[in-house]
Design a protein around this ligand. Structure first.
Ligand SMILES: O=C(O)C1=N[C@H](C(=O)O)C[C@H](O)C1
Length: 288
């Protein structure tokens, strides 16, 4: 299996009474490993990195590394101040890791040349592979197809988390073969795998990760009918998981299953009562 293949879970950061709940974090990672996931993204969007201090982010990473082999851990590295990102990159790299997940700088909306400069600077400085996180609806800036194809020629950029919603770009990246293409939109996992993508980084795979792993295995074995059935079984849950700001529904679902407390950090708010009822019904369909 090459480095970035399979189902990677974009791990939530569990909280309890405002603090990081390390005991739940450990239980959750142990369970997901048992379910067969390839690895974890720590402090991604789903990990509420934006609501954690740098010390908290590093503490979460260290805790995960106690349980999970380093080759199965990707750390999120997001921000819009390049020098601060380079400092944080150095700090993170004092630990062993599979890679760093890096989105475009948010809010600034740099030019295409500016984006190329940004990713190349971080890729030149890295000691571990970079996974480019292409998520224009969060960063506010689109990386054009040809820019992306140029950027990923950098030897230190080895995968892309594809959330841009442009199938032509997904196919061009897979056909170019420069990087592993990982679905970053949960409802697109099946399509991306069928097109030749290497796997996924998924928030909804916190729940019934075994079914996501099975879906990927079936596509790899050419059992498209079996994989498609799993896709449609999981789809209502994937849709419910993003019915409010991520990760509120995922955390509510984990709490319904008594795996973590249902706590997010502002400005993300807890899942509404109405959606909680929807989650209860959707989870019942995945129970066995
Ligand atoms: O944290 C992540 O990485 C993910 N974030 C996406 C988002 O919240 O927009 C969704 C994806 O499932 C994983």
């Amino acid at each position: 299996m090459s480095a970035f293949q399979g189902i990677w879970v974009a791990l939530v950061t569990p909280f309890h009474n405002g603090e990081i709940d390390f005991a739940s974090l450990d239980r959750l990672t142990a369970k997901l490993l048992e379910d067969g996931v390839a690895g974890f993204v720590v402090c991604g969007t789903t990990g509420e990195a934006a609501a954690l201090s740098q010390n908290e982010q590093l503490a979460v990473l260290d805790a995960v590394l106690q349980r999970v082999p380093a080759v199965r851990v990707i750390m999120g590295l997001a921000g819009n101040q390049l020098s601060a990102l380079l400092d944080m990159q150095r700090e993170i790299q004092r630990r062993p890791l599979a890679g760093l997940l890096v989105p475009a700088p948010y809010y600034i909306r740099p030019s295409q040349a500016g984006l190329e400069h940004f990713f190349t600077t971080l890729a030149d400085a890295t000691q571990v592979p970079l996974v480019l996180y292409d998520i224009p609806y969060r960063t506010g800036v689109r990386i054009e197809r040809e820019t992306l194809r140029r950027i990923v020629r950098h030897p230190n950029i080895q995968a892309i988390k594809d959330c841009a919603g442009d199938a032509e770009t997904t196919m061009a990246l897979i056909a170019d073969g420069q990087v592993q293409v990982l679905a970053g939109e949960d409802a697109q996992i099946f399509n991306t795998l069928c097109l030749g993508g290497a796997g996924a980084i998924s928030a909804s795979a916190h729940i019934r990760a075994d079914l996501y792993v099975e879906m990927q295995r079936r596509v790899a074995q050419g059992d498209l009918q079996g994989a498609r059935q799993l896709h449609y079984r999981l789809l209502p849950w994937m849709q419910a998981a993003f019915s409010e700001a991520n990760p509120a529904p995922v955390k509510a679902a984990l709490a319904l299953l008594e795996l973590t407390h249902d706590e997010v950090r502002a400005p993300i708010l807890p899942c509404s009562l109405e959606n909680r009822e929807r989650l209860r019904q959707v989870l019942a369909t995945l129970a066995n």
